[in-house]
Design a protein around this ligand. Structure first.
Ligand code: ZN
Length: 71
């Protein structure tokens, strides 16, 4: 099973996307927003990402889709 990535999107003052903060779950997304004083802007999951990444909240490894491709 592929655990899809959740993202918090950071935009600049002109609304341009400048960074994505990855999470393993929507729960971690909300928790991180509370801890960092940022507004939780709703569920933003089901993103595929190619390589393994780490959840910014709980440091769990989020397995990338490339890791599931059979050699
Ligand atoms: Zn997490």
């Amino acid at each position: 099973m592929i655990d899809m990535t959740h993202y918090y999107e950071i935009n600049d003052s002109e609304g341009q996307l400048v960074d994505l903060v990855p999470f393993c779950s929507d729960w971690c997304h909300e928790q991180w927003c509370r801890d960092n004083g940022r507004a939780y802007e709703g569920w933003n999951g089901a993103h595929e990402h190619p390589y393994n990444d780490e959840c910014e909240n709980c440091e769990a490894v989020i397995v990338g889709v490339e890791s599931f491709v059979d050699a």
